[in-house]
Design a protein around this ligand. Structure first.
Ligand code: ZN
Ligand code: ZN
Length: 189
């Protein structure tokens, strides 16, 4: 099977959209692995299918939306078993050269200079850095703890056994309390 063609950057200008025009594209992006808590978590699938919605606003402006689903594969941070939690990403960017700050709240765009333009860190001269955007957007969806499942039971603090496999019955007998021992002795005499 041929692997799908990867898109690292995409030339929006090449679409020749006019103001108000839009285009939806289904592309594939290779997202760099994540280094978390000293472990490497490759992104699955290797080439992530993404949906890119492009709207030409006024002038040289664009409103962009990026959606995809991907998983990070690696050890569960609680039980150390294999984990591949999946994430749904829905990110937006707005680039509006020459715009006032009015629409700034809609994206993470920031003003570049005193003219208060809306710019996207992923868009330069009409070329979208899709690979960098997808990586950053996924990073924002990744929680501090990557778990095999939300209710992961973790490891037994006494013997270190994986409690997901050992089950809820797993426990250790505590040292018998001498007072109870004395009581039970009385009872059976
Ligand atoms: Zn786990
Ligand atoms: Zn135990």
């Amino acid at each position: 099977m041929m692997s799908p063609l990867r898109t690292d950057t995409f030339d929006l200008g090449g679409l020749r959209l006019t103001s108000g025009e839009g285009r939806r594209l289904d592309l594939h992006v290779a997202v760099e692995p994540f280094e978390l808590a000293g472990e490497t978590y490759p992104v699955e699938p290797e080439t992530v299918p993404v949906r890119l919605d492009i709207s030409r606003t006024t002038g040289e402006g664009y409103a962009l939306r990026l959606r995809f689903e991907a998983a990070l594969a690696g050890p569960c941070m609680r039980c150390l078993g294999p984990a591949a939690p999946g994430f749904s990403v829905d990110a937006r960017e707005v680039s509006q050269p020459g715009a006032a700050g009015a629409t700034r709240a809609h994206g993470r765009a920031r003003p570049r200079d005193e003219s208060d333009e809306l710019t996207s860190p992923y868009l330069e001269d009409g070329v979208l850095d899709l690979r960098a955007w997808a990586r950053d957007a996924l990073a924002l969806s990744v929680p501090a703890n990557l778990l095999c499942r939300e209710e992961c039971a973790g490891l037994c603090p006494v013997c270190g056994v994986n409690l997901n496999q050992a089950g809820p019955e797993h426990r250790h007998e505590r040292e018998p309390d001498p007072r109870w021992a004395a009581l039970s002795k009385l009872r059976f005499e």
